[in-house]
Design a protein around this ligand. Structure first.
Ligand SMILES: Cc1ncc(C[n+]2csc(CCOP(=O)(O)OP(=O)(O)O)c2C)c(N)n1
Ligand SMILES: [Mg+2]
Length: 788
């Protein structure tokens, strides 16, 4: 249906204004209110311009409040400009674009104040986020929690070079498996990346690929001016030339202008009567306007394309655009970081009838009556008074999570037992847990949970092995009530799914408590997506198992060394590595609360677990110990007043630490054994306490680790041991100035039994004893562990 002419004019004017404001925002930050150090902050005028019309079509006409958008990182200025026109962004934030507390360089859910749905920045991730957000919406709906809220479309504005990111392809396949709906990806097909012009014919690859995954593909190539010209005599020849023009040449001609287009057209089409006349009828300026009138810059074409969609299948729009359209460097292959000069801006300002000093006026220079434009914006469907940032009540977490104890257990097994116990009950907590795993559900001990709670799919599918009465341990039944989302082997997808599930309280108004499992080394495979999920404050729990060289015979390739450091360094992620299952249960309980705490207080949780079966400590845990465990450490054996050395251990090496402490205690005084359940929490507490002391002198706030180490004599040594990089615990010596011998793993890759590997890498009891000796004086420790 043709769009009403007045509406079209208004929308076109607003798109023009969005382009102006986005460019002005960047210009202002660079030339008018520059950084105190005078350095240019950049801002990507070209990349923003590319999407100004498409985004205006969406926000001012097509979107409904329930729709959610991931905006290509470098289109952040257009996004902020549009929000400014809606009255949801302040001029001050725009003036301070890319500055401290100003509008963010890339749209940020947590740092921007103008209603960003999904953060972007690391290309590819925001795109996949929309796909998983749609699957999560389906999950919420299938479980009856969407209530009276309408389903939204999940929309990504994608750069064409962004499509190179592998995680997009991984997500596409997963989307297909889960019957993806309500997802639109709009590819800004400007045929430019950061460095240069992209390969010819990419659109054809995109088209077949998306169709292959069951997507509807809409190519929006020509704008209205072009289509009108094609209908003129000779128009077909012009169209043929455009279709055959190489990307680089088209970009170069857009940069050079109308005269250059004319010359090429004349040279290449030759004197062909009608088409020559078609070209001659237009001035250079008109010719450039015609040739730059690609679909993505034509309001009518974009609205038509969007409004033509009458189904909920996923759609990929490939919208042809020119990078930097309308700006002096349009189409230039080096324009990615290009900034307009002051003189260029002046010229452009004057051409748009914007008076000096009125650059921020919303409707300055537009022919429409400001009152009409104000009324129009007020009536835009997306701009209705609807709370888009939702919230959901906190789900109660019982005081204790139980499990069936055994004398010997691994933490991985314990994790499965705790979830199994939850699955058996009917708590609200259990109802809100959603598990997911990239094809390691069974091998990470989620089997019992899945057997009870089932797999999620929009349709029912029974486990054929079960219906055929073939004995099988695991029930693989899918239903809309299921609570486990089984993924293919792509850790990126796991983390982006965690990101989508972990934002459900804010996006869907429904609290979900996602728990993802994977092998610890593969955290590194999906690390950027994990970082992304944390960056936008999604809340989830990861169980990473097996880990370290403790996974021994599984093979050297899978041994993880760096993950404890990742866990410590990752903002928004509290990481734990318990040794015993009772500790794990306490941590998981705390974790489910931490996942629901307010912004700035809560976060996600990483449990580094092990398959090593170890002797469990038989004890009831007092409440105060619960606190110690979640704060990061407690004395398993308290040091005496004259302690010469203590052993501080983390995780699966507990038996070695316990054994060594026993041996050392025979010839050294008052030896203590410190169980560290979270180097991350300990370190964070220590940093925070130091800051508090600095800020509020003379307040004497002590952190947990400072209190624990306080009784140690000044010359007491500390041996630390972890199946991971030794730097994880090496810092303990700095807390109160004790000498440290930090044991851990710095090289890996060897298959073997745990005993062999611990000896090889220096994590066994004897290595701990050697380290203790090196920190103390006196006779050698009498007894040692027998060699294996
Ligand atoms: C994971 C990642 N790698 C590299 C970058 C740096 N980078 C930012 S934009 C860009 C090129 C984007 O090109 P395209 O997606 O076509 O967007 P356009 O600028 O053309 O609009 C690159 C390489 C990034 N942001 N994220
Ligand atoms: Mg591009």
């Amino acid at each position: 249906m043709a769009i009403d002419a007045a509406r079209l004019e208004t929308l076109t004017a607003l798109a023009k204004k969005a382009l102006w404001l986005s460019s002005w925002t960047i210009h202002h930050a660079n030339h008018i209110r520059p950084n105190s150090d005078g350095l240019k902050v950049g801002g990507h005028q070209a990349s923003s311009a590319s999407l100004a019309t498409i985004m205006s079509a969406l926000y001012f006409a097509v979107l409904k409040p329930e729709d959610r958008v991931a905006v290509k990182p470098h289109a952040s200025p257009v996004f902020h400009a549009i929000q400014y026109l809606f009255g949801r962004q302040t001029r001050d934030k725009l003036e301070n674009f890319r500055g401290f507390k100003g509008a963010q360089s890339y749209p940020s859910r947590t740092k921007d104040t103008d209603d960003v749905d999904f953060s972007t920045g690391s290309v590819g991730l925001g795109v996949a986020q929309t796909l998983f957000a749609s699957l999560v919406q389906d999950y919420v709906k299938a479980h009856g929690w969407l209530a009276d809220r309408r389903e939204g479309r999940m929309i990504a504005l994608v750069g064409d070079a962004e499509m190179d990111e592998g995680n997009i392809f991984e997500a596409l396949l997963e989307g297909w498996k889960h019957g993806l709906r309500n997802t639109w990806w709009v590819v800004d097909y400007n045929r430019q990346s950061l460095d240069a012009v992209v390969r010819e014919g990419l659109w054809a690859k995109f088209e077949t690929m998306f169709r292959n995954f069951g997507w509807d593909v809409r190519i929006v190539k020509y704008g209205t001016l072009m289509r009108q010209a094609f209908a003129e005599p000779g128009g077909e020849a012009l169209r043929g030339w455009i279709d055959n023009c190489p990307n680089a040449l088209y970009s170069a001609l857009c940069f050079q202008g109308g005269a250059a287009f004319r010359k090429h057209l004349q040279d290449e089409i030759g004197d062909q009567g009608e088409v020559s006349k078609l070209i001659e009828r237009r001035s250079d300026e008109e010719l450039l306007a015609l040739m730059s009138n690609l679909g993505g810059h034509d309001m009518a074409s974009m609205i038509e394309a969007f409004e033509a969609i009458d189904h909920d299948c996923p759609v990929c729009f490939i919208a042809y655009t020119i990078k930097g359209v309308g700006l002096p460097f349009q189409g230039h292959k080096d324009n990615h970081a290009g900034l307009m000069t002051v003189a260029q801006m002046e010229k452009w300002r004057a051409a748009q009838n914007i008076r000096p000093g009125h650059e921020w006026d919303k409707f300055e220079g537009l022919p429409q009556d400001p009152a009409d434009l104000t009324a129009f914006l007020k009536n835009v469907p997306f701009n209705q008074e609807v709370q888009r940032r939702l919230s959901a009540p906190v789900i109660d977490v019982p005081r204790q999570l139980s499990f069936t104890p055994a004398a010997q257990m691994s933490t991985q097994q314990g994790f499965g037992l705790v979830l199994n116990e939850l699955a058996r009950g009917d708590s609200e907590l259990a109802a809100r847990i959603v598990t997911a795993s990239p094809d390691v559900t069974v091998s990470t001990n989620l089997g019992a949970w899945v057997n009870r709670r089932g797999l999620f799919a929009r349709g029912e599918t029974a486990d054929l092995f079960r219906s055929e009465k073939i004995p099988t341990t695991f029930h693989w039944d899918f239903s809309p009530r299921g609570q486990h989302i089984e993924l293919g082997i792509a850790e990126m997808n796991l983390f982006i799914l965690m990101s989508a599930l972990g934002l459900s309280h804010s996006i869907n108004g429904t609290r979900l408590l996602p728990v993802g499992t994977l092998y610890d080394p593969f955290i590194e495979r999906g690390l950027d997506a994990l970082n992304y999920a944390c960056y936008q404050d999604a809340r989830f729990m990861l169980a990473a198992t097996p880990s370290g060289i403790t996974l021994a015979p599984e093979g050297g390739a899978h041994q993880s060394i760096a993950t404890p450091l990742i866990g410590m360094a990752q903002d928004g992620l509290a990481s734990f590595e318990p040794a015993f299952v009772d500790e794990l249960a306490v941590i998981m309980r705390w974790g489910f609360e931490h996942m629901q705490a307010a912004a700035g207080e809560g976060g996600s949780v990483y449990l580094r677990l092990s398959t090593r079966t170890i002797e469990q400590v038989q004890r009831p845990l007092a409440a105060v110990q619960h606190l110690d465990i979640t704060e990061g450490a407690y004395w398993l054996r308290k040091p005496g007043p004259n302690a010469e050395v203590i052993v501080a251990y983390t995780g699966a090496v507990a038996p070695e630490a316990i054994e060594a402490t026993g041996f050392i205690g025979e010839s050294r005084r008052d030896v203590g054994l410190l169980a560290i359940t979270s180097a991350d929490r300990l370190h964070a507490g220590w940093t925070a306490a130091r800051k508090l002391r600095r800020d509020r002198r003379p307040a004497q706030h002590l952190s947990h680790i400072e209190r624990l180490l306080a009784p140690l004599p000044r010359d007491c040594g500390i041996v630390t041991v972890i199946d991971g990089h030794p730097a994880t615990l090496g810092w303990l010596g700095s807390v109160r100035g004790h000498r440290v011998e930090a044991l851990g793993v710095e090289h890996f890759g060897q298959t073997g039994s745990i005993d062999h590997l611990y000896r090889q890498y220096g994590l066994d009891a004897n290595a701990i004893i050697d380290a203790a000796e090196s920190l103390t004086t006196g006779a050698p420790v009498l007894h040692r562990k027998m060699a294996v």
